[in-house]
Write a protein that binds this ligand. Structure first.
Ligand SMILES: Cc1cc2nc3c(=O)[nH]c(=O)nc-3n(C[C@H](O)[C@H](O)[C@H](O)COP(=O)(O)OP(=O)(O)OC[C@H]3O[C@@H](n4cnc5c(N)ncnc54)[C@H](O)[C@@H]3O)c2cc1C
Length: 806
């Protein structure tokens, strides 16, 4: 082993080998993979080897497509076989909801370049004659689906990396990881010590233990998983072509041909977590005991779906463990809180996702940022609030839901409530229906008396529709109150605070007493944050942004700290809580309880002031995402209930009522306000989204991403974010629907929904610039139907913003 390497990749499963290969592919060849035993010694060797593109997240699906197409490249480079069987795959639908889901996926695939199609029962029977189509409505067919040889593929990645100069060291466990003052790592192994500029944790089943060596908790947990291989079966081997894969969500099974027999695996409800206290160090090329009882019900169901199973003897049972993160997506990227320590763990579908994970991580390490928004698999999406108990509970829930339909309005029940604010009880008494994000409960809407305290999961308008409409009208016609706890909030202090903000943010850093909206850019000019920055004094600022981005933003702040101690950043998300009041009577309400004059002359739009509100000392910002006259009132967390009582007592006769996040998201639609993660995300550049109006291209500070942003502006964007009014039926857009014009897909939807106050179905989406004009007629595909839509260039409500500014 060399005394120094640029990167030490720990773990020689399919993921570690893919990372190694992609590092060499992007030009880093002084890289070393260190494997405890032989290659494939974790989950990899006993995988069923299936691959598919289906994933609820569009970018994850695209990376799965990349992975599958990569295998041919690997075979060509190495001359080795990955044992590819591109037989295609069917995902069956036996309920209208599942069919909706598959149609929505098919629609997305249109602009992703994936060639899937919806097929009917007869076509299913033709493609897979062993499938009993009783009760089957249809299926999604993906010609890219198939399976491969897990060991051959892993060795092909390894060989391709070695051919490019990488080193692979086998039978040598890493025992310790010691961070060095210069940001590098001392990697202590059984066979000696090496230093590495970067360490990648690709420890798979042992990723938790490798994380511990570096002093961090990696939120993943192994689950047991079983598949069976049958004896040779004439109904299979007598066919003149290989069977396609069949995923049967109702039966919680996936099936494919294995040689002359069948391979069928199950994601059963009665599932078992494995190695709760940690993965045994000496676990290796061995399997867990069979537990056919656990899959008994699923197997019985599958015998009806695939009657041939009743006649085929079982040849082999494989029961092995593999790891999941709480939401089932991988954990990739720089680990928050550590320098040069990278995660490539929690990959539950190594043969669908391993290539994309390797590519993403290599881009991040070599080029400084991934080429697309990978937040869905960013290790920073779980903050330091997460515990092993939470992970275990969620991983189990995720495993059980592997084949469930994921509805866009769905809130999953397990490990709830995890984090709440003092106002939680107040909302609960008022029949709040909650959602959770980043562990924190926030009100989605308030259910009317007699209505269930639960929103029905659906792709269509749900049972919450009327309640949300009523909340929107309160805001537009009187005054609404909503909690402002689900912002990430940062207090930035010190003599260097202004200069630092000027560099990290692309907008204007406001003067004392003012606030400004501030996009944050990556060095390549992509949107990586969307902040409100308020200046409380020359040495004290508050920055707020999306709650769920806290670990992500903090990681970026820490990476870009000046190092001279002139700036201090404190995450005050849990410490500073409060409410926003919004609507035409918001000022009247505030004036009743505020110590100072809050008239329009004295408290202008985008002002920030410290003042007493009743008995509370508050920081008040005049801004509202509802697009109405509004104020955000922040107090110390301990005073939140007092502030609520002050506002609600004073506002009763003004018609004050609470509203939830669903109403807020509806209100922003009629103002054409974008939201983080949909209209604004690292896939997009400022000028194409319209957020460039908050960029200060000419400011003196050399803000991060400045050169790239100026270039984008000068070149002119190729596409533009637009607002559409859709001639919808009972389903509005959610995001990712294709936009058609003259029988061609020309763009895609970013988000949308029903704008209750203006009573219109709204969609935001990108179109090529040459098509953008007021009144353009397009069609948007919603659940398989092409719905007429019309482009609007001005907001639908209060286009001059006289309410917000007045
Ligand atoms: C029964 C079963 C069926 C499956 N079927 C499929 C399927 O059809 N399709 C699919 O895509 N996925 C499938 N999977 C999942 C797939 O196996 C995993 O996604 C994949 O193997 C994960 O690979 P990995 O490299 O992350 O981890 P692992 O394969 O666990 O590799 C980690 C490696 O790190 C090494 N290591 C750990 N600690 C150290 C250390 N301290 N020092 C040095 N080396 C270390 C280990 O020895 C091991 O080789 C299946 C899993 C199971 C259990």
């Amino acid at each position: 082993m060399k005394s120094h390497t640029r990167v030490a990749v720990i773990g020689g499963g399919v993921v570690g080998c893919s990372v190694l290969y992609h590092l060499t592919k992007l030009g880093w060849t002084d890289v070393t993979l260190i494997e405890r035993s032989e290659l494939t010694s974790g989950s990899t060797w006993h995988a069923a080897g299936g691959f598919h593109t289906l994933n609820a997240d569009t970018n994850m699906a695209a990376l799965q497509g990349y992975t599958i197409r990569l295998y041919k490249e690997l075979e060509e480079i190495t001359g080795m076989s990955c044992g590819l069987h591109h037989v295609g795959g069917l995902t069956l639908a036996t309920t209208p909801e599942r069919m909706d889901y598959l149609k929505a996926e098919r629609a997305k695939h249109r602009y992703m370049g994936l060639d899937t199609e919806i097929v009917g029962p007869e076509e299913i029977r033709k493609l897979s004659p062993i499938t009993n189509i009783d009760g089957v409505i249809g299926a999604l067919f993906d010609p890219l689906d198939g399976h491969l040889d897990p060991s051959g593929t892993t060795h092909a990645y390894a060989k391709a990396a070695k051919m490019a100069g990488a080193e692979i060291i086998l039978r040598n466990p890493v025992l310790e990881l010691n961070p060095q003052a210069d940001g590098s790592w001392e990697v202590v192994t059984q066979e000696g010590t090496t230093t590495a500029d970067h360490v990648v944790n690709a420890g798979g089943l042992w990723a938790r233990e490798v994380g511990q060596m570096a002093g961090v908790y990696i939120p993943l947990h192994p689950m047991e998983h079983q598949y069976l291989i049958t004896e040779d079966t004439p109904e299979v081997y007598e066919l003149d072509k290989e069977l396609p894969h069949v995923m049967d969500p109702e039966g919680e099974s996936y099936l494919r041909q294995e040689g002359r027999g069948i391979c069928i695996g199950f994601y059963e409800q009665n599932c078992d977590a494995w190695a709760e206290k940690g993965t045994p160090f000496d676990f290796g090329h061995e399997l867990l005991n069979n537990n056919l009882e656990r899959i008994g019900d699923a197997l019985e169901f599958s015998c009806k779906r695939f009657p041939v199973l009743e006649r085929s003897g079982i040849k082999t049972v494989i029961n092995g463990p593999f790891t999941f993160a709480p939401d089932g997506n991988p954990l990739v990227g720089p680990v928050p809180g550590l320098k040069n320590f990278w995660s490539a763990c929690g990959v539950m579908a190594g043969f669908s996702q391993g290539g994309g994970v390797g590519l993403t991580l290599a881009e991040w390490m070599v080029e400084g940022e991934p080429s697309r928004d990978v937040f869905a698999m960013d290790v920073s999406r779980f903050g330091d609030w997460i515990t092993p108990g939470y992970t275990r509970a969620k991983v189990r829930e995720n495993y059980q839901r592997r084949f469930s339909v994921s509805y866009p309005n769905e809130e999953l029940p397990v490990a709830r409530p995890q984090q709440t604010t003092p106002a939680y009880g107040i909302w609960k008494e008022q029949r709040a229906v909650f959602g959770a994000g980043y562990g924190m409960e926030a009100v989605n809407y308030f259910a009317a008396e007699g209505e269930p305290l639960e929103e029905t999961p659906s792709f269509r308008r749900s049972n919450a529709f009327d309640a949300i409409g009523a909340e929107c009208r309160v805001v537009r016609e009187a005054v609404g109150i909503n909690e402002v706890h689900n912002f990430g909030k940062y207090r930035i202090t010190g003599p260097g605070a202004r200069n630092w903000l000027d560099r990290i943010m692309a907008g204007r850093i406001p003067k004392p007493g003012r606030l400004a909206l501030n996009p944050m850019l990556s060095p390549k000019g992509k949107l990586i944050g969307d902040f409100t920055v308020s200046c409380l004094s020359e040495t004290e600022f508050m920055a707020t942004a999306s709650y769920h981005m806290q670990a992500n933003h903090t990681r970026w702040f820490e990476k870009n700290m000046p190092g001279d101690g002139s700036v201090k950043i404190e995450n005050i998300s849990a410490k500073r809580l409060g409410f926003q009041i919004a609507g035409p009577k918001a000022r009247d309400l505030l004036q009743r309880v505020a110590f100072d004059d809050v008239s329009a002359d004295n408290f202008k739009f985008l002002d920030v002031k410290e003042m007493d509100v009743g008995t509370c000392r508050a920081i008040i910002q005049r801004v509202s995402y509802t697009g109405d006259l509004g104020f955000e009132i922040y107090v110390p967390a301990e005073d939140q209930v007092a502030l609520y009582n002050i506002l609600s007592n004073a506002g009763a006769d003004l018609g004050l009522k609470p509203f939830g996040m669903r109403a807020m998201m509806s209100l922003r639609l009629e103002k054409s306000f974008g939201s983080w993660g949909r209209e604004f995300r690292p896939d997009y550049f400022p000028a194409e989204t319209g957020i460039d109006r908050f960029l200060t291209y000419k400011k003196d500070a050399d803000f991060i991403g400045k050169a790239a942003a100026i270039k984008e502006k000068e070149d002119g964007p190729q596409r533009k974010l637009c607002t559409f009014v859709v001639d919808a039926a009972d389903a509005d857009v959610w995001g990712d629907e294709p936009i058609w014009h003259e029988d061609k897909v020309v763009g895609f939807v970013t988000s949308g929904g029903y704008a209750h106050y203006v009573q219109k179905s709204v969609a935001y989406g990108f179109l090529p610039v040459d098509l953008v004009r007021e009144g353009l007629e397009v069609e948007i595909e919603i659940l398989g139907f092409l719905r007429k839509a019309r482009l609007y260039t001005a907001p639908l409500f209060d286009p001059k913003s006289s309410r917000m500014l007045g």
